[in-house]
Design a protein around this ligand. Structure first.
Ligand code: ADP
Length: 633
């Protein structure tokens, strides 16, 4: 605590005003928010909390804004810390409240007086009943795009969102969207190792390819062979390669020995329509950063399009105002059940954060876009049949609110489920919070490498996410991600200065110094130095004889060097409601449930056993757009 303004003498006991009494002044508090340190100034007069000001913070703006605006003003207005937390921004809410409580104590105030005030607590109002052509449930990427596309198709739309902001996991994602744009991608040079990877795909045994994927495989094989024969050095891509990679890298065997892979219709619709969705979003106002094409972690190929704003923030910044303008958004409104008329879905029941009941009638259709259940560890454990164990204390990268509500509601309306056994762990999450955006990550996987706590590399860093997570868990769970200064400067998600200051990453001018900060002993330091030397030699030759890393971009050589501790956390749930490629929700007999569409992470069948990095954003925008268009009919 730093008392930044001159503390006046405490008023004598008999001068104390009724209610509370404080030693006037401004009390500066440091508390932990969701993403790191928050500095909050609390100013008191003799008898009042005069001002609560957030001086600095690192919260994700779109998530924490409501809490940072609402909580301080409620505290001042009602002279209490007895306020409702903001749904979806609970950690930020608690951080502000705890800063004020600390300050009250330091200023000599009586917390029990504040606790006794209940006027800031919301209470249920009269039931709200409304009607629109299309009701969209959930305001992440899929829900926002469904709403906009339904409105483009002349439908009136109400979108309800459980938390106080739109974005869901979409805003917490890296933001990169996989989409094949051969013309744009050919403007980049192929990275060392890409040709070998292409050869591998072209030489897959036809007998191992499922019949429905065979034609695309043959087309891809011809394209690759032509490209390799041409001797060209540009970066190759094709829609068929994207389709085959999504199938091949999503194919997994569950713990019962059964194979599972993505539904061809769903996968190929996504890969074929992804670039249209890029153009559609571009027309709506998303500014794509066309200066680089990336390979997000676990993407398996360089084809990531990145919005200009960090993470998924730009999607919200562009789509939310459009929905507010032409449709209606009800925030802090959680759907609880679908309203049925026989076997037809005709609306949604919901409840607002203050307890008010909401009944929404759909003239046309309901779109479920509630995302997955990655924040619901119990549900992940209940369905898991892939990981030998999902520990109770595992972290999650997910936004709060991702509890699988849409899956439960869809099931109650007769929907079948697909692929629920497979949940994805994000290998490179924060060891303590599960957050994806701490530490210093490279924007593309060819730019970094990992070492375990023995100082040794243990995996091909460009491998699929489950391979990386399994390798990490086998290596003790926590490991280090290493980048040098050149890469740190390029990191689009975090600022290295802040990360080092917050203790999320170690920085050192020499490798020996870095090893000591990483807690490596003499033997482990020796390992680490050897690994760096070997790794740099692989970058030079383009060949990794140990782990087979297929592409390299960057040597680890420019000081200062950075190491960020990382650990797997629950990231994405691949399973969900069965849909077809028109986004209808299907029952166990494979028939469309009348009145119901679903899109995004709430649906299953696309990513199967392992989702490729960058495919979730493609999935939610492609299917969100389709769902909205069809729901408007
Ligand atoms: P997707 O990528 O599929 O769009 P996201 O995770 O980005 O998924 O978004 C899903 C959104 O749905 C989140 O904002 C989440 O808060 C919201 N949501 C989840 N459950 C409900 C519910 N019961 N009612 C309303 N919104 C919900």
């Amino acid at each position: 605590m730093v008392l930044s303004l001159g503390a006046c003498a405490k008023p004598a006991e008999e001068e104390k005003p009724a209610g509370n009494a404080y030693t006037p002044g401004t009390y500066t508090q440091e508390v932990s928010g969701r993403n790191g340190k928050m500095v909050i100034d609390v100013t008191f007069t003799e008898d009042k909390i005069e001002k609560v000001e957030i001086v600095s913070e690192k919260e994700t703006k779109s998530i924490a804004k409501v809490a940072m605006d609402r909580i301080p003003s409620q505290i001042v207005e009602h002279q209490t810390t007895n306020v409702d937390t903001v749904t979806g921004a609970t950690i930020t809410s608690y951080a502000i409240v705890s800063a004020v409580k600390n300050a009250v104590k330091e200023a000599g105030g009586d917390q029990t007086v504040l606790d006794a005030v209940t006027t800031a607590r919301a209470t249920a109002q009269e039931t709200i009943e409304k009607t629109a052509d299309v009701i969209v449930v959930g305001g992440g990427g899929a829900g926002m795009s469904a709403a906009v596309s339904a409105m483009e198709n002349e439908a009136s739309v109400i979108l309800i969102e459980k938390t106080s902001m739109l974005g869901g996991n979409t805003v917490l994602a890296g933001g990169a969207m996989n989409a094949v744009d051969t013309e744009w991608e050919a403007g980049f040079e192929a990275q060392p190792g890409e040709k070998e990877t292409l050869q591998m795909y072209a030489s897959l045994d036809e007998a191992t390819i499922p019949a429905e994927y065979l034609e695309d495989f043959k087309t891809m094989r011809t394209q690759i062979n032509d490209y390799l024969a041409s001797g060209e050095t540009y970066h190759f891509d094709s829609v068929e390669l994207h389709t085959i990679q999504t199938w091949y890298n999503g194919l997994r065997t569950n713990l019962d020995g059964e194979d599972y892979y993505g539904n061809y219709d769903l996968v190929s619709t996504m890969t074929k329509k992804a670039n249209d969705a890029i153009n559609w979003l571009g027309d709506l106002g998303v500014k794509w950063d066309t200066s680089k094409v990336t390979q997000p972690v676990g993407a398996m190929w360089v084809r990531g399009h990145n919005p200009s704003m960090p993470k998924g923030e730009e999607y919200v910044a562009v789509l939310e105002p459009m929905i507010q303008d032409k449709g209606e958004i009800m925030y802090e409104t959680a759907a609880t059940e679908l309203i049925m008329d026989g076997s037809k879905v005709v609306g949604v029941k919901a409840v607002k954060a203050d307890g008010t009941e909401v009944i929404l009638h759909a003239n046309k259709n309901v779109v479920l876009a509630t995302g997955g259940y990655g924040a619901n560890t119990k549900m992940v454990q209940q369905y898991n049949n892939y990981w030998t164990e999902i520990p109770n204390n595992i972290g999650t990268t997910n936004a709060s609110g991702l509890d699988g509500d849409g899956i439960v509601m869809g099931q109650a309306a007769g929907a079948a489920l697909a692929g629920m056994e497979f949940a994805q762990l994000m290998p490179i999450a924060d060891p303590e919070t599960g957050d994806l955006f701490t530490g210093i990550a490279a924007t593309t996987t060819s730019d970094y490498f990992f070492v375990n706590k023995e100082g040794k590399r243990f995996v091909d860093e460009t491998a699929a996410r489950d391979t990386l997570a399994k390798a990490a868990l086998e290596n003790g769970g926590e490991f280090f991600m290493l980048v040098d200064m050149d890469v740190a400067e390029e990191c689009i998600w975090t600022d290295w200065r802040e990360q080092v200051e917050d203790g999320n990453a170690y920085m050192a001018d020499t490798l020996e110094e870095l090893a000591s900060m990483m807690g490596l002993n003499e033997e482990q330091t020796k390992n680490f130095l050897e690994e760096v030397e070997k790794y740099n030699s692989y970058v030079e030759s383009g060949v990794d004889p140990e782990f087979g890393k297929p592409i390299f971009n960057h040597k680890f050589e420019k000081a200062p060097f950075f190491a960020s501790p990382r650990k797997p956390a629950i990231h994405h749930t691949m399973g969900g409601l069965v849909i077809d490629n028109e986004a209808h929700v299907l029952n166990a007999a494979g028939e469309a449930i009348e009145g119901l569409y679903a899109a995004g992470e709430v649906a299953g069948g696309v990513h199967a056993g392992n989702r490729l990095g960058g495919n979730a954003i493609a999935d939610c925008f492609v299917y969100g757009r389709i769902a909205g268009e069809n729901a408007a009919k």
